[in-house]
Design a protein around this ligand. Structure first.
Ligand code: UGA
Length: 429
């Protein structure tokens, strides 16, 4: 099937590439000429496991093309996915101007029946607006359908998630586009849930907010664990083995971040407010999340007392493992707080150093994870990269005058750390 992706960010690039890998003919269009040039010449704007290999392979076989020309992408395709940024507005709402602009553009180029699919995360009722816009700006009387098809891809696992989805949600206003969407997703062997457009749009915000709620719940429990001498990991295992609860997203941390949860929570609260519902539950989720970072920072401050002039090693800058994405990263937030207090930072991340350096040039970037601890007063684990568990602890201990570790991701075992001679502080244990 011939499909187009308008927008080659995390979602558009992964979606287009995986559809190409599944045998569809894909054109990815982007208005950013430099990015298109980079992709055409074999470069990658982001790091995402196995994405680069798949892009190269499908580009070489002709299944996947990149262009700056939206007209060509629209006219050559039956299904057009919109995967443009929907950034937050200062009031927590969503900026849908890119969405509107692309809908207008598609309308202007349509000369035959098209299925226009919204992949971007948008407030409920956006599909209706997209349909209205296309109708208004379409020069000739061309038929079309608008579909909502939210994505559930985790950064760092996006290709894996796309290839093996738990479910595919397809929101439609009529039955006409359903079989095409079923055919498009047939290679992925996933259950397909067909809903109305509003429900599909809500599913996305509801899913992300629920996952964020789960994390804030476990983070709130971690405070009770610390105060009572219980262990959050044992509590999480104990409740998570109830299949109605599930163990995933019950890892206590210094807080969640990234370009999705914080933004989607604010948006969902705003959407509810506009509909006349005060979503206090989600406001509490936000509050617990910001307090979790405050508590972690306070733990460092109380232990080290004066931060001015102290050298702190930070392991992890990305907002989570397997990505180079530092947007709304708790690790970056922590670094900023430490710098503000006058600490010197020695930092390391397996993939996010280039992006972090552009934002935080004041820190010293260390290329070797095991060298970070040299001359440090304390080490902080801020991102859940699994390779941090292989840190050479003996070398780190010897390199520090007073070996202290603050583990914001509970990667290490408290008793082993004590045996290794560290003062070790983690979350809820
Ligand atoms: C999230 C959702 O998981 C995806 O399903 C969704 O498609 C995506 O947002 C999106 O809307 O595009 P993502 O933001 O890539 O994916 O990352 P997550 O794996 O969900 O992690 C988000 C944050 O929560 C990270 O900072 C992570 O460290 C933190 N986290 C996650 C915890 O603190 N504890 C946990 O148990 C799990």
């Amino acid at each position: 099937m011939k499909i187009a992706l308008i927008g080659t960010g995390y979602v558009g690039l992964v979606t287009g590439t995986c559809f190409a890998e599944a045998g569809h003919q894909v054109i990815c269009a982007d208005c950013d000429a430099q990015k298109v040039k980079l992709l055409q010449s074999g470069g990658m704007p982001i790091y995402e496991p196995s994405l680069e290999e798949l892009v190269r392979k499908n580009q070489a076989s002709g299944q996947l093309r990149f262009t700056n020309d939206t007209k060509e992408a629209v006219q050559e395709s039956l299904v057009i996915f919109i995967a443009v940024p929907t950034p937050p507005l200062p009031d927590g709402g969503v900026d849908l101007s890119a969405m509107e602009a692309v809908a207008r553009e598609i309308a202007g180029f349509m000369t035959s029946y098209k299925i226009v699919v919204d992949k971007s995360t948008v407030p409920v009722k956006t599909g209706e607006k997209v349909a209205e816009t296309i109708k208004r700006y379409c020069k000739s009387r061309v038929d079309f359908d608008v579909v909502s098809n939210p994505e559930f891809l985790r950064e760092g696992f996006a290709v894996e998630d796309f290839m093996n989805p738990d479910r595919v949600v397809v929101g439609v206003a009529s039955q006409r586009p359903v079989q095409t969407l079923r055919d498009l997703y047939a290679p992925f062997h996933a259950p397909i849930i067909v809903t109305d457009i509003n429900s599909a749009e809500l599913i996305k915000h509801a899913a992300n907010s629920f996952l964020a709620l789960k994390i804030s719940y476990v983070n709130a429990l971690s405070v009770i664990c610390e105060a009572s001498g219980a262990n959050i990991q044992e509590v999480a295992n104990g409740i998570g083995m109830d299949s109605r609860i599930g163990r995933q997203f019950l890892n206590a941390s210094l807080g969640f971040g990234g370009s999705c949860f914080p933004k989607d929570l604010s948006a969902f609260i705003k959407i509810a407010e506009q509909i006349g519902y005060d979503f206090g539950l989600l406001k509490e989720v936000q509050l617990i999340n910001s307090r979790q970072m405050d508590r972690f920072f306070k733990k460092i401050q109380e232990t080290l007392w004066i931060l001015k002039g102290k050298t702190i090693g930070v392991l992890g800058l990305a907002f989570k493992e397997n990505t180079d994405d530092t947007r709304m990263s708790p690790a970056m937030d922590l670094c900023r707080r430490l710098l503000k207090e006058g600490a010197k930072l020695r930092v390391y991340d397996p993939k996010a150093m280039v992006k972090a350096k552009a934002e935080l040039p004041q820190a010293e970037y260390i290329e070797d994870m095991d060298a970070v601890a040299e001359g440090c007063d304390a080490l902080v684990v801020a991102t859940e990269w699994p390779q941090f568990k292989n840190l050479d602890l003996e070398r780190a201990r010897k390199a520090m005058s007073h070996p202290i570790m603050f583990d914001g991701r509970n990667l290490f075992d408290p008793s082993e750390m004590e045996e290794q001679g560290f003062v070790y502080k983690s979350i809820g244990r």
